[in-house]
Design a binder for this molecule. Structure first.
Ligand code: AMP
Ligand code: GLY
Length: 429
C-alpha cells in the first residue's frame, strides 16, 4: 500500500515510524513532515490545508491510505473532500479519519456534550451560552460551585479551556471569551462545566464506525512544571501502561463510554473511519468523558504506538474491508515513557531556529526512540521550529526505568533554552 500521512509533529513521526515497519507498506509519504520523519519516509512539501494539492498528490501517487494526523483538516472536512475524489476523480484509496460531521466531536464542545447526553455517556454537567444568553450565563456562573470550567466551543489550539477558582475570575473569562471574542469564531459559544476531580487518562480507539478496537491508553503530563505545576501545554510527557488502569476499569470504559459512542455515531449517521481519543477522568473508579478528540494525541502516540505490537497498516486495511472485528491487538511487555524537550519560554513566547546538537541521526540506543516534534532542516543543521521540539520514548521494566532512560538520552541532546520535565510518571516511580 502507498501511504500519505498529513502532519509534521512528533505524533506523525511516530505514525510514520510505525507504518514504515509494515510489510504492507510500499511507498510512505509525509506532508509536510520534518527532518526526523525524513529518516523513515519521503517528505512532501505540502501543507495540511491544501486539500486540492493533497487530492492531486493522492491521485498521481496512487495513495491507498491517507492518514490525517492533526484535527484541523478533519474538522475542515478532508474526509468528505476525499470521498468526493473517489466518485468524481476515481481515487481508489481511503482516509483514516472521521467525516466533517463526526469530527464535530472535537470541533465543537457543545456538539460533543449534546452527543454524550443523547447517548447517556457519563460526562460533567454543563450548560452552553452565546452572546444572546450572556446575562443568563453570568447568573449561571454566580450560582455555580467552584472551581468552574469554561470552554470555548471551537478549536482553540489547546488554549480554550480555563479553570476558574473564583466567580469573579470566571465572569471575566466568560466575558473575554464570549464578548471580546478571545478565540474568534471558536468562542461564539461557551460551555460552562462542572469540575471533575480524579486522575486523567486517555484511551485510544480505532473504529470504522461499526466495529472498534482499543489500541492503547496513556497518561499525559500537561503542565509545564515539575510536580504538575504551572501553565498547561500540549503535553510534556506520557506513560503507558498506567498502573491504575485495571481490567475492571477498562471494561467499564468500554461498556459505558466506547461502545455507546460508536453505536451513537452509527445511529446518527456520523461517518467515522479513524482514531477516537477519549480524554477521561477516573473519579474514584468511575470514568467520565472530559473530551473527545478525533485524532491521536501528541505525545500519547509516541508511547501508544511503540507499545502496540500489531501492524497498524493491517488494522487500517481491516477497517476498510470490514474485518476489524476479527483482528487481534497485541501489546509489548514492559512500560513506555516519553519525555518532551521544549523551547525555553514555552508555552509562552519562545525563539525558533536554534541549532540542535545530537539529534541529526536516528538514535542508536537500544530501547529508545527519538521523535522529532518541532524541528526544521537548515542547510546541514537541524534547528528548532516550535514549542515542543523533540520527544524521547524509552521502554523499561518499570515506568521509572523507562523515564530514566529517556532522560539519559535527552542528556546527549542540546539546544539553547532546552527544557524538559524530569518527573514524568512521578506517581508511579
Ligand atoms: P481539553 O482542552 O478539553 O482537553 O481540556 C484541557 C484540560 O482541562 C483537560 O485535560 C483537563 O485537565 C482539564 N479539564 C477539562 N475539563 C475539565 C473538567 N470538567 N473538570 C476538570 N478538569 C477539566
Ligand atoms: N496531548 C493532548 C492532545 O494531543 O490533545
Amino acid at each position: 500500500m502507498n501511504v500519505l500521512i498529513l502532519g509534521g509533529g512528533g505524533r506523525e513521526h511516530a505514525l510514520a515510524w510505525k507504518i514504515a515497519q509494515s510489510h504492507h507498506c510500499n511507498k510512505l509519504f509525509v506532508a509536510p513532515g520534518n527532518p526526523g520523519i525524513a529518516q523513515v519516509a519521503i517528505i512532501v512539501d505540502m501543507g495540511t490545508h491544501d486539500f486540492e494539492g493533497i487530492k492531486s498528490f493522492c491521485l498521481l501517487n496512487k495513495i491507498d491510505v491517507l492518514v490525517v494526523g492533526p484535527e484541523e483538516p478533519l474538522v475542515n472536512g478532508i474526509y468528505d473532500f476525499m470521498e468526493k475524489a473517489k466518485t468524481i476523480d476515481g481515487w481508489r484509496g481511503f482516509v483514516v479519519g472521521p467525516s466533517k460531521a463526526a469530527a464535530q466531536l472535537e470541533g465543537s464542545k457543545a456538539f460533543s456534550k449534546k452527543f454524550m447526553q443523547r447517548h447517556d455517556i457519563p460526562t460533567a454537567a454543563y450548560a452552553e451560552f452565546t452572546k444572546d444568553s450572556f446575562e443568563a450565563g453570568k447568573q449561571y456562573i454566580q450560582q455555580h460551585t467552584l472551581p468552574i470550567v469554561l470552554k470555548a466551543d471551537g478549536l482553540a489550539a489547546g488554549k480554550g479551556v480555563v479553570i476558574s477558582e473564583t466567580h469573579e475570575d470566571a465572569l471575566q473569562v466568560f466575558e473575554q471569551m464570549l464578548i471580546n471574542r478571545q478565540f474568534g469564531e471558536a468562542s461564539t459559544k461557551v460551555v460552562i462545566e462542572e469540575f471533575l476531580t480524579g486522575i486523567e487518562v486517555s484511551v485510544f480507539v480505532l473504529t470504522n464506525g461499526v466495529d472498534y478496537k482499543i489500541i492503547g491508553h496513556a497518561k499525559d503530563y500537561k503542565r509545564i512544571g515539575e510536580g504538575d505545576t504551572g501553565l498547561n501545554t500540549g503535553g510534556m510527557g506520557c506513560v503507558t501502561p498506567v498502573p491504575f488502569i485495571t481490567e475492571a476499569f477498562m471494561q467499564q470504559v468500554e461498556e459505558k463510554i466506547i461502545a455507546p459512542t460508536v453505536k451513537g455515531l452509527l445511529a446518527e449517521g456520523l461517518v467515522y473511519n479513524g482514531f477516537i481519543f477519549f480524554g477521561l477522568m477516573n473519579e474514584g473508579g468511575n470514568a467520565k468523558v472530559i473530551e473527545y478528540n478525533c485524532r491521536m494525541g501528541d505525545p500519547e502516540t509516541e508511547v501508544v504506538l511503540p507499545r502496540l505490537d500489531t501492524d497498524l497498516l493491517s488494522l487500517f486495511a481491516a477497517m476498510d474491508n470490514g474485518t476489524l472485528e476479527d483482528t487481534n491487538i497485541n501489546f509489548a511487555d514492559g512500560y513506555f515513557a516519553t519525555v518532551m524537550a521544549v523551547s525555553g519560554g514555552y508555552p509562552g513566547n519562545y525563539k525558533k531556529n536554534i541549532p540542535i546538537t545530537g539529534a541529526d541521526k536516528p538514535l542508536q540506543v537500544p530501547g529508545s526512540l527519538l521523535f522529532h516534534a518541532g524541528t526544521r532542516q537548515e542547510g546541514k543543521a537541524i534547528v528548532t521550529n516550535g514549542g515542543r521540539v523533540l520527544a524521547v520514548t524509552s521502554k523499561g521494566e518499570s515506568i521509572g526505568k523507562a523515564v530514566q532512560q529517556s532522560l539519559d538520552v535527552l542528556g546527549t541532546i542540546n539546544f539553547e533554552g532546552m527544557y524538559y520535565r524530569r518527573d514524568i510518571g512521578f506517581e508511579f516511580s
